[in-house]
Design a protein around this ligand. Sequence first.
Ligand code: ZN
Length: 689
Amino acid sequence: MNNDTTTDLVAFLKLYYWDDILELANNFPDKDSLIINYSDIETYNSGSLVPQFKESPTTFLESLNEALRIIDLPIDVELKSATVRVHNFPVRTQISDIRSEHINKFIAVEGIISQITSVKPRATKIVLQCMRCETTMEIYQSGPKLVLPQFCDNENCGKKGPFKEMVEQFEFINTQDVLIQDPPESLKGKTNPDNLKIELEGNLVGKLNAGDRVIFNGVIGVLPIIGRDGKTPYFEFVLRVNSFEKLVEDYEEIIITDEDIQLINEYAQDPDIFEKLILSIAPAIKGYDNIKEALVLQLFGGTSKILNDSTRIRGESHIMFVGDPGVAKSQLLRKMVEFAPRGILASGKGSSTAGLTATATKDESGRWTLQAGALVLADGGLAAIDEMDKMSKEDQSAFHEAMEQQTVTITKAGINTTLRSRCAILGAANPKYGRFDRYESVMSQVTLPPALMSRFDLIFLMLDIPDEKKDSEISMHILQSHQAGIDRKIIDSKMAFNGEVENIKNTATPVIEPEFIKKYVAYCRKHVIPRIPDNVLKILQDFYLDMRRSSSKSQNNPVPVTARQLEGLIRLTEASARIRLREFAQEDDARRTIRLTLASMDQVYKDPTTGMYDSDIITTGTSKSQREKIQILKNVILNLGTTKVSKERILEEMKLKGFDEKITEELIQKMRQKGDILSPSHDTITLVT
Ligand SMILES: [Zn+2]
């Protein structure tokens, strides 16, 4: 780069950005950046400036800063540390596409911040004083390693020191390191997103947070990878940022054409649209229509509301399924992540150190790193959490906040921040004792606090009930789905007329293509904000009051239906109306919600032995009848003497009270699991008191 370029750039800045420069000069140093559009460089002089920018962007950017410094200003201010920042670079590079050819080139890359460190000053100049001759030396720092002098600069001295650090004369720059990952919608089936290191400096630090979606513009550089024996010939990419553009909240990448809108309107009028959507969700997984219908509603979502006291009521429905291992739970989660804009799949097992919410960790140099977990990364989308029962205690407690307030708060020495997690949560959990016990309540079989479970709007069971006819149907279905996958190419080209093959194809082909469902969802979320008129609200309220009444009458107990559940009903009703592009929800939307809610409540809140809704299940995880039975058994054992009671006698006594051997054995088993009784030998029982 030569003086001509700088002169050229001065003229360019004056022509295009004179007003901005004056504003900067007036507010300097509070404001110290001049933002320019890349396209303006092209318009001004694409013949000479653009090739220079493309060839050596670092030098070009320095020339831009230099040009800003030497511009004649009408006010007396020196824009010494001001920086020119380039926005709107036209080409977007994906993290996974970055290659060695990009080194020293300017790129724009979009990502979600998965990790961010605290701000640390880095010395750009250090000053040392020789303690023998008092000569001071200035050493400029640019690399990752601190450069120190070998000998004293003073020719007459030339000693190896010792040197005193004159820290008050050091010059510093603020730095912050960020790790970004591919946004979920660009993963296209890949499960592991690629990462890129980002270096922020100067006034760019301290403005971003974990979970933010950002376009970073800058020059790709490299950092050496240090092995056990020192430097290796391998490097990793790092983006040295010139500017960033934070993406707006409702940013939506999905492009919807006029044709799409027309088709969406047609589907919204289609009387079979719900059946079609249900059939299109994971067509390879047969059955579970209630669950799939609920998932369709979750996908479209209700609308969030801000109340007068500025509390936010979430519009996202949280759904959970509990079930036997191997019933396609994980498969269903994976499918939903593909449909949802910004879908993130994670496991409660905690494969990442960030857990599900967020964590703060300290590195060797004492710097804090904030790491975003799935619920933060899925902000604005769907977080599908498999194996929720394996969640750590820390995650469990943070989960409450994430589910209700839709935020994750980190308070740890030095860090005090709130991250947003406005996502719908789809959870899956396995029963505690391997397989599901149909005679026990759902709540008591999942190792999650009932209070957390009650945050889900709908909970469903996915049971693998041995049923020969159904089994053979499902296995046939799976086989056919595989076959359809293999044969698709052939079918698509030549054999489309063969009825039999065509039939096989239909078994796994969704009625509506996933790509189109995505557009449908994106369109509805953006443009359809349904309201619930009084007559529809009354249906929901009546249902809600009915549930309260029937529960309190039958059990003389507090209600299993809480006000929170009324909010859940409203969300689902709104979602149903959205699919129809309705401005006002109608009765059938409310009926659909009630039907699904009843299906869920029957499975979860009904005492399996009495068939009654039981609030005790919600608050304690054990049904009342279960506890009553255990109490009866306890009394029987007590009456027979507390230690080494003959099991045979217990079975006999229980039989007289109407409990057959199998039930008594089960109750004994339960008490043993809870540590209430001991079995010193095979045929005796001791009560722990
Ligand atoms: Zn010296």
